[in-house]
Design a protein around this ligand. Structure first.
Ligand code: NAD
Length: 288
């Protein structure tokens, strides 16, 4: 791939995509974000602008750097806008069929030496590589939420990822973005979600079975274990559709009952109670 990375494409400007967009723009990279519609692109832009404003008001970014970051970003609704990027990061919804389709279409658009990565939490990287027609230049690069704040990034090469691609992503993440990478094999959930998601699903089952209120389950883990937030608040922050999709992928891979999404989670997603991004999940949020 062209070294160093200069032009980045981002597919999906939701909670994660907008954050990854911000991280790249603040690192001085030109970024094009492709969304599904003009409305979704506007929402992505609003998310980015609001986050940059928060950084300015907290004294973490000066107004000139905010303006420079915004000037490096553009929003499009056609995947062809990704042509010419040397790195494309896919951060669309956690849906295997959607991602396979995107990898097939994006793989055909990119230059020979460009790298295509997914921010997926649980979908097999090897399948995305096969769909792309450029499996040696595909891997997982998994950011954490909120991306501008969280330092960790998981790097997930698949069986078909070349060592050069892994090296390029290692230096992009650590040197260009200043993040802390860890490496994991291509197994649903990688390191962090393999440990985290069964815990979140257990908390949802506990609430569903009436052990305790949502507030008390969370208070128990915050005050009893020193966690920064409880498991139901964290599930709301991740997005209940995403928690369900990650659990379903992990269950599909390992057939471990603890990974299977509980019925209450299914019902909440079907009802549109997706957590903080929808204004309502286990708790209510005024500023969604
Ligand atoms: P989200 O629901 O907030 O955003 C998904 C975005 O993808 C939406 O804006 C949607 O319009 C867009 N999208 C859907 N189809 C598209 C297409 N064909 N082309 C372009 N854009 C499309 O979800 P999210 O939380 O941002 O999750 C995105 C990815 O990041 C998922 O793979 C998820 O597993 C992963 N992830 C999520 C978290 C988290 O805490 N939410 C953390 C790490 C990784």
């Amino acid at each position: 791939m062209a070294d160093p990375v200069t032009r980045v494409g981002l597919v999906g400007g939701g909670q994660m995509g907008a954050g990854i967009l911000e991280v790249n723009a603040r690192a001085g990279l030109e970024v094009v974000c492709v969304e599904v519609s003009a409305h979704a692109a506007r929402s992505a832009e609003q998310r980015l602008t609001a986050s940059l404003e928060r950084a300015v008001s907290r004294g973490k970014l000066d107004a000139e750097d905010r303006d420079d970051a915004l000037a490096r970003v553009r929003f499009e609704i056609d995947l062809h806008a990704l042509a010419g990027c040397d790195l494309v990061i896919e951060a669309a919804s956690e849906d295997e069929a959607l991602k396979l389709d995107l990898f097939g279409r994006i793989g055909r658009l990119l230059d020979e030496d460009a790298v295509l990565v997914s921010n997926t939490s649980s979908i097999p990287i090897v399948k995305l590589g096969a769909a792309s027609g450029r499996a040696d230049r595909v891997m997982g690069v998994h950011f954490f939420n909120p991306a501008p704040v969280m330092q960790l990034v998981e790097l997930i090469p698949s069986l078909t990822t070349s060592p050069q691609t892994l090296d390029a992503m290692r230096s992009y993440v650590s040197e260009r973005l200043g993040k802390q990478p860890i490496e994991a094999t291509d197994r649903a959930g990688f390191v962090v979600n393999s440990l985290l998601v069964p815990y979140l699903l257990s908390a949802i089952r506990m609430f569903e079975a009436g052990y305790a209120s949502a507030a008390d389950i969370d208070k128990g883990m915050v005050m009893g274990c020193g966690h920064p937030m409880g498991p139901l608040t964290l599930s709301d922050l991740i997005g209940l559709d995403t928690v369900r999709a990650i659990g379903a992928s992990m269950y599909g891979e390992f057939k471990e009952p603890l990974y299977s999404p509980p019925p209450l989670l299914d019902r909440m997603v079907e009802a549109g109670l997706l957590g903080k991004k929808a204004g309502h999940g286990f708790f209510r949020y005024a500023d969604a």
